[in-house]
Write a protein that binds this ligand. Structure first.
Ligand SMILES: *[C@@H]1O[C@H](CO)[C@@H](O)[C@H](O)[C@H]1NC(C)=O
Ligand SMILES: *[C@@H]1O[C@H](CO)[C@@H](O)[C@H](O)[C@H]1NC(C)=O
Ligand SMILES: *[C@@H]1O[C@H](CO)[C@@H](O)[C@H](O)[C@H]1NC(C)=O
Ligand SMILES: *[C@@H]1O[C@H](CO)[C@@H](O)[C@H](O)[C@H]1NC(C)=O
Ligand SMILES: *[C@@H]1O[C@H](CO)[C@@H](O)[C@H](O)[C@H]1NC(C)=O
Ligand SMILES: *[C@@H]1O[C@H](CO)[C@@H](O)[C@H](O)[C@H]1NC(C)=O
Ligand SMILES: *[C@@H]1O[C@H](CO)[C@@H](O)[C@H](O)[C@H]1NC(C)=O
Length: 381
């Protein structure tokens, strides 16, 4: 073998052009291979995100699963078993979910922002901080007592049960248009009719007036059956109204006859129950195509007439009461969207059954209840 090597090597000094080409190709292929390997190692192109956030999310998903369960047997346990094992519903909550956890975290962040030093930031931030400070200034809130509420009642045409002469002083001048328009434009309360201006669902470049059913005093229309699981909520709601009326009448040095107050508020509660029954249930509202009923204000007036004490509700006037606060006036030709035509038809039957005194009542109790809820919220903070 060694003998043979020397002549062969000598012979191989002269490479044929074919050999040169082959060696060139092999070298090129080798360089390409090295380059691709380097690329593969540094840039993994397998569609898997390996950033810190992705890794954290993936680990959270895995933690929330229970891989010991066969997904074909119990998919829920397989997908959520880990979460269920590590989380219990806090005693203070009726439910607990990722969204609740996020909301709690957000509240902590917001509290930090709102309690931050005044000045700096936008005008909106300054206003939010001022509002927050006014709510948490408890000694001032205590010292003002019920005075702000008493002052506001006159502004919204009074609460019949909380005064002695409503029919004489306010009844004659009370109109549904002005009463609920005032609550809407000044106090952001949507009573009987939910009026708002928002983006047109079929033209995202345009704003348009919407009419919808309102939210209710109790959490949902189901509550108004007041039996079984809802009985306690109804009783508490009623008690709350009676308490507020009692406090207002005491502050005003008016007589307090709880039997009388309760009797009047019972009728108010029936009216609210009828209104709840008139609303569309969530099931009836899940088709956006059916919700979208575009018509002119004039058509709305002629097709959905509401009457209180034989006085017809003027839809255009109601709309203008609200819009005039921003110097806008609309005519009967204005297009609007009605989200709840069935509710409006049923509301018409309900209102025919009650006098202005009770409709007015209903508007105010609804408002009080909302305020009460906000106060409760405030104290939770
Ligand atoms: C009722 O309205 C009339 C006319 O606007 C007004 O003169 C009267 O003072 C009002 N009554 C009350 C009690 O506000
Ligand atoms: C309260 O009003 C009811 C019904 O009008 C009446 O029967 C009752 O005597 C009143 N109670 C008091 C303490 O005035
Ligand atoms: C609820 O409304 C329906 C009509 O939509 C009516 O038939 C029914 O009697 C109402 N129920 C109550 C308890 O008022
Ligand atoms: C209003 O009622 C008329 C008939 O009275 C009907 O032709 C029309 O379609 C209704 N308009 C709306 C928007 O419901
Ligand atoms: C409704 O009120 C407007 C003014 O806002 C008035 O022009 C119109 O005539 C009223 N419509 C009815 C039917 O009274
Ligand atoms: C509405 O117009 C009045 C008088 O022209 C003006 O003082 C007021 O600032 C305007 N309001 C709004 C919200 O533009
Ligand atoms: C009107 O009131 C009567 C008696 O209170 C009641 O029987 C009837 O169901 C009510 N109608 C509506 C539409 O609420």
């Amino acid at each position: 073998m060694t003998d043979n090597l020397t002549p062969k090597a000598a012979k191989k000094v002269r490479w044929t052009s074919l050999e040169i080409s082959l060696i060139t190709i092999v070298s090129l292929l080798f360089i390409a291979l090295v380059a691709l390997t380097v690329l593969f190692v540094t840039h993994r192109q397998d569609g898997v995100c390996t950033t810190a956030d992705c890794t954290r999310s993936a680990s959270r998903l895995l933690e929330n699963m229970d891989p010991t369960v066969d997904p074909c047997e119990n998919f829920y346990q397989y997908a959520c078993g880990g979460w269920l094992k590590r989380n219990i519903i806090p005693e203070t909550s009726a439910r607990h979910s990722t969204f609740d956890i996020l909301r709690d975290e957000l509240e902590v962040v917001l509290k930090g922002v709102l309690e931050g030093p005044a000045g700096g930031g936008s005008d909106a931030l300054t206003k939010a901080r001022t509002l927050f400070k006014s709510c948490t200034d408890e000694s001032n809130v205590e010292s003002r007592g019920g005075r702000p509420l008493l002052g506001m009642l006159g502004d919204i045409l009074e609460w019949p049960v909380a005064t002695d002469s409503w029919d004489d002083s306010y009844g004659a001048n009370w109109t549904l248009e002005s009463a609920i328009a005032r609550l809407n434009e000044k106090y952001r309360m949507q009573v009987l009719i939910n009026f708002f201006v928002g983006t047109d669902d079929r033209d995202s470049n345009a704003y348009i007036i919407h009419f919808d059913q309102p939210s209710l005093g109790l959490s949902s229309r189901d509550y108004y059956v007041c039996t079984g699981q809802y009985e306690q909520a109804c009783r508490a709601y009623m008690q709350f109204m009676v308490n507020v009326v009692t406090l207002i009448r005491s502050d005003r040095q008016l007589s307090v006859n709880k039997t009388l107050i309760k009797k009047e508020l019972d009728t108010v509660f029936w009216l609210e129950t009828d209104i709840a029954n008139a609303t569309d249930s969530p099931n009836e509202r899940n088709n956006p195509v059916l919700l979208y009923n575009k018509m002119s204000l004039g058509d709305l007036s002629s097709n959905f007439s509401l009457t209180v004490d034989s006085r017809e509700f003027n839809w255009t006037q109601f709309t203008n009461y609200i819009l005039n606060t921003v110097n806008i006036t609309v005519s009967d030709d204005e297009d609007v969207i009605v989200y709840a035509p069935n509710y409006l038809s049923r509301l018409s039957l309900v209102l025919a059954n009650y006098t202005a005194r009770y409709v007015s009542h209903c508007a105010q109790t609804h408002g009080k209840e909302r305020e009460g809820r906000q106060n409760v919220k405030k104290h939770e903070m």
